[in-house]
Design a protein around this ligand. Structure first.
Ligand code: DUC
Ligand code: ZN
Ligand code: ZN
Length: 488
């Protein structure tokens, strides 16, 4: 039979194996995985000679903010599904999970899902799904978990901070219990909102307003307290939880202890907590705002080392971007909207929290050369696919089963200096401007189609090719007996 495409003689890396193979692709799927050169005589529509390259399952970025309303009460995210997923494929990511936020005044979550689905449909360059953000977990919304599962959604995110989003502990328990029943994974933003507001008031009363005080207002203890509490709430219910965007070694240690006790606690970190320290918030003038995200970049390179260690030793299940894009130079909706006449360096309280990063996630970590290639695939593709019910369609290269989503790297490529004009998002900066990049994907394939060809056209995929992917429950989800208060 003829194949649509053969990727020949590459070093194929999955989470479990490394070896020289040919990959045969047909109808968007991995059809054959055979020893190198063994497909040499098979007719194919296209042959990609991957000699000297790493061939990996495409990146799965499970934390991307696109086309959201003014979520945190400040600033408006700049990327929509078109620009955000364009940026994703240029960086080797083939599936994203974005957010569908419930408005606080709504009693349904299905409206949020419908709105996100409408925004993504016919606009996306790569495959996608959504996490529901639950801000009002009333009975109706909780009862809709059945419908969410029918519609292929198996995760919800909740917040322990931000006035417009924050849930009380009893509300968190309501969500966890319902999530457990429906095999839904709960993502938790773990920062203590009251501590944070109090610290912010303290700093403001002393007129300490510049971007760098954002980090002062959210010390590690505030993340660690909320992480501890989230773990305890999860333990009471016996529900799996995923702590998102973990920034501090203190919280990583708390998570590791819980995992050692056998609790179903998973954790995510992001490149900003591997590469940026709070020093970046002290860039001249207002420039520090470019690296302002929540949780904040931590104090020292020792802190960065602590996060790398957690990524290496299994504390962190996944590495996502937390791509949360705000224009810098826009006084209405961007970072600069926090600047007023009486606060020329802005008031950190009002600076939109978040950095762009969907395109740089894989290259930064690949280039750092700190993880084995297999561990790299595990945390950037296979584990997010397993955690969120996409595996083995995504995150694997199983013949006849997995989509032919690939990222192809040539480790011998010429290093280059990163500048924002090389990126494909709708943001006017990158926190990593001027950084020497030793790695960048040469090709990205989504369901067998080359969508990114760095040396020959750049973005060659098309808007609208990306499909919604229905998700199952988490691969890590165990069958549990019903939760029973009388068992206590
Ligand atoms: N949480 C996120 O997940 N992203 C950006 C800001 C935030 O607080
Ligand atoms: Zn968050
Ligand atoms: Zn986020």
């Amino acid at each position: 039979c003829s194949l649509d495409c053969i990727v020949s003689n590459g070093t194929v890396v999955t989470a479990s194996d490394v070896g020289r193979y040919d990959i045969g692709i047909k109808d968007g799927k991995v059809m054959l995985l055979a020893p190198a050169f063994s497909l040499a005589n098979v007719p194919a529509g296209r042959v990609i000679d991957a000699e000297g390259a790493y061939v990996m399952p495409g990146g799965v970025d499970a934390h991307v903010h696109l086309a959201e309303p003014e979520l945190f009460g400040k600033g408006k995210p700049a990327d929509d599904y078109t620009t955000g997923t364009r940026s994703a494929i240029a960086g080797g990511t083939t599936t994203i999970i974005a957010f569908a936020p419930q408005e606080k005044r709504e009693t349904t979550v299905l409206k949020a899902l419908d709105e996100a689905a409408a925004k993504a449909a016919n606009n996306s360059f790569c495959d996608y799904s959504f996490h529901i953000i639950m801000t009002n977990p009333v009975r109706q919304a909780l009862d809709e978990f059945t419908t969410l599962r029918e519609r292929g959604i198996s995760s919800v995110k909740i917040y322990m901070t931000y006035e417009a989003l924050q849930l009380r502990d009893n509300q968190i328990l309501d969500v966890l219990l319902q999530a457990r029943t429906h095999k839904i994974t709960t993502l938790i933003h773990a920062e203590n909102g009251d501590m944070l507001n109090w610290m912010t008031d303290q700093l403001e009363s002393r007129l300490l307003l510049a971007p760098k005080y954002h980090a002062t207002s959210r010390p590690q203890i505030l993340e660690n307290e909320a992480t501890n509490r989230a773990i305890s709430l999860g333990q009471l219910i016996g529900a799996p939880i995923l702590i998102v965007h973990v920034s501090s070694p203190a919280a990583a240690k708390t998570i590791r202890k819980a995992q050692t006790r056998g609790l179903p606690v998973y954790a995510e970190t992001c490149p900003q907590y591997l590469f940026l320290t709070r020093k970046e918030l002290e860039r001249p003038g207002f420039e520090g705002a470019k690296c302002l995200c929540a949780p904040p970049p931590r104090d020292s390179t020792d802190d960065l080392e602590g996060i790398w260690r957690g990524l290496d030793n299994g504390t962190f299940t996944i590495l996502s971007s937390d791509h949360c894009p705000f224009i810098y130079d826009d006084a209405e909706t961007g970072k600069k909207s926090a600047i007023t006449e009486d606060a020329p360096l802005g008031r950190f309280r009002y600076i939109p929290n978040g950095c762009p990063g969907v395109e740089t996630r894989l290259s930064l970590v690949m280039g750092a050369n700190r993880l084995t290639p297999q561990r790299f695939v595990e945390v950037t593709s296979t584990n997010p696919a397993k955690l969120y019910g996409l595996y083995p369609k995504k995150g694997a290269l199983i013949p006849g089963v997995s989509d032919a989503d690939l990222v192809i790297w040539y480790p011998s490529m010429e290093p280059f200096t990163l500048t924002n004009d090389l990126l494909h998002h709708n943001v006017d900066y990158t926190p990593y401007e001027g950084k020497t990049m030793s790695q960048w994907p040469r090709y990205t394939l989504v369901r067998g189609e080359v969508v990114w060809d760095r040396d020959n056209g750049g973005i060659v995929g098309s808007r609208g090719y990306g499909q919604f992917v229905k998700r199952e429950s988490s691969y890590f989800c165990k069958d549990l007996p019903p939760w029973d208060v009388e068992a206590f």
